[in-house]
Design a protein around this ligand. Structure first.
Ligand SMILES: [Zn+2]
Length: 355
C-alpha cells in the first residue's frame, strides 16, 4: 500500500516542520501504525480514532476543570442511556420540566429562572452543583431510596431474593459493627452462591468544593471510584465477618457507574440469561439485551430523581425562610410565583410526595 507509506512519510515531514506547534494532531506518533507491513486491518477506524482521540483530549485540556470533569462523566458507559429509552412506561417517561432539567445538567446549562439559593443559605448555585450535594432536607435520601428500590426490583426479576435496609445485627446478633446500627442497603441471595451485601450511593463529580472537584477530575469515573473505596473501608470487613460478599453500587449523578457496579450488572445479566426464568441457556444476545434494558431503567430513574431533586430545591429556596425548612407544611398560596409556575410547582410537589 504505497499511498499509506507515502502518507506516513508526509506525516513525519509535517511533524518535523510543525514540531514547535503544540496541541495539534501532528503530535500523534504515526509510527505506531507500522507502515512497513503490507496490510492494515481496520485502518480507517484506527485513523479516525486518532483524530477523535486528539479532538477529545484537545477539548478536555481547553476547558475549566468543572466542564472537563462533567464531559468525562456524561460520556461514561450507560450515562446517556436515558436518551435512548422509549417512553413506554412511567419509569422511562419524562415530563417536560424533568427532561428540561436533565438536559441542562447533562450539557452544563445553568438552571432556569433567577439564580437559585438553597435552604442552607448557599446562593448562586448556577448549575445545581450545591443542590446535588447538600444534605439539608430529605431529597438526597429520597433519590437514594428510589435507586435502591429499583435495583431491588431488577434483581428480584432474576430469581434473586433481596432484602432492603437490613441492620447488620439482624444478619447475625454477634456482628461487631461500629457503629452498631450499621445497615446494608441490600442483601441479595441467589441459590447456593455466597450472599451479597450492597450499599447504594450516588456521588456528584462536579461539587462546589474545589478540593473535591480536583480529586474527581483525575479521570473518567474517579468520583465513583473514590466513593467505592470509602464504602469498601466501611462495609467490607463487616460483610466478610458475616460471610457475605460486599459490592458497592456507586453511580455518579451524571450517570457513570463505579467499576464494581458495572461489573456486577454485567455478571447478573449473564447469570440471568442462563436462568430458567428467562429460558436463555446462556444466550449472549439475551444477556446484552438485559444489560441494555437495566442500564436504561437505572439511567431514567437517576435522571428523573435528579430533576425532581433540583426542582424541589429550587422551589424550597424561593419559599419564605420561615416556611422552607418545613417541607410538609409549605403553603403554595404564599409563594411569590405567577399562577402558571405555582400550578406546575404544586403538581411537581405532589409528584415528589408520591415518589
Ligand atoms: Zn444547601
Amino acid at each position: 500500500m504505497d499511498w499509506v507509506r507515502q502518507a506516513a512519510i508526509g506525516w513525519s515531514a509535517l511533524q518535523s516542520i510543525h514540531s514547535a506547534q503544540s496541541n495539534t494532531i501532528l503530535q500523534h506518533p504515526w509510527r505506531s501504525l507500522r507502515c512497513e507491513s503490507e496490510t492494515f486491518p481496520h485502518l480507517q477506524r484506527r485513523l479516525t480514532s486518532v483524530i477523535h482521540q486528539h479532538q477529545v483530549s484537545s477539548l478536555l485540556s481547553s476547558l475549566p476543570t468543572r466542564e472537563s470533569t462533567r464531559l468525562l462523566s456524561v460520556s461514561g458507559t450507560g450515562a446517556g442511556a436515558f436518551l435512548t429509552a422509549l417512553p413506554t412506561s412511567s419509569q422511562t417517561s419524562f415530563a417536560n420540566h424533568e427532561l428540561d432539567l436533565c438536559i441542562r445538567l447533562r450539557l452544563g446549562i445553568p438552571l432556569p429562572g433567577p439564580s437559585p439559593s438553597c435552604v442552607c443559605g448557599y446562593t448562586n448555585d448556577t448549575f445545581g452543583d450545591h443542590f446535588l450535594t447538600c444534605n439539608r432536607g430529605g431529597e438526597i435520601q429520597s433519590r437514594h431510596n428510589h435507586l435502591r428500590d429499583l435495583l431491588s426490583s431488577i434483581l428480584s426479576s432474576t430469581n434473586c431474593s433481596t432484602q432492603r435496609e437490613v441492620p447488620a445485627l439482624n444478619v447475625h446478633p454477634n456482628a461487631t459493627s461500629s457503629p452498631t446500627n450499621r445497615r446494608f442497603d441490600l442483601i441479595i441471595r441467589s441459590g447456593a452462591t455466597m450472599p451479597i451485601s450492597a450499599d447504594v450511593s450516588i456521588i456528584h463529580p462536579t461539587p462546589i468544593n474545589t478540593r473535591s472537584l480536583s480529586r474527581y477530575s483525575a479521570s473518567q469515573g474517579s468520583a465513583a471510584l473514590i466513593r467505592e473505596q470509602t464504602k469498601r473501608r466501611i462495609y467490607q470487613p463487616l460483610s466478610t465477618q458475616l460471610g457475605m460478599q460486599f459490592i458497592p453500587l456507586i453511580l455518579e449523578s451524571y450517570g457513570t457507574y463505579g467499576p464494581a457496579f458495572a461489573s456486577f450488572l454485567a455478571t447478573m445479566s449473564r447469570r440471568a440469561s442462563s436462568s430458567s426464568s428467562f429460558c436463555g441457556f446462556g444466550n449472549t444476545s439475551l444477556a446484552a439485551h438485559l444489560l441494555t434494558d437495566w442500564r436504561r431503567r437505572i439511567s431514567c430513574a437517576l435522571q428523573k430523581a435528579n430533576a425532581r431533586l433540583l426542582q424541589l430545591r429550587m422551589l424550597r429556596g424561593s419559599v419564605d425562610p420561615m416556611l422552607r425548612d418545613q417541607r410538609s407544611r409549605i403553603d403554595f398560596g404564599q409563594l411569590r410565583l405567577d399562577n402558571a409556575t405555582r400550578f406546575h410547582s404544586t403538581l411537581y410537589y405532589v409528584q415528589f410526595c408520591l415518589f
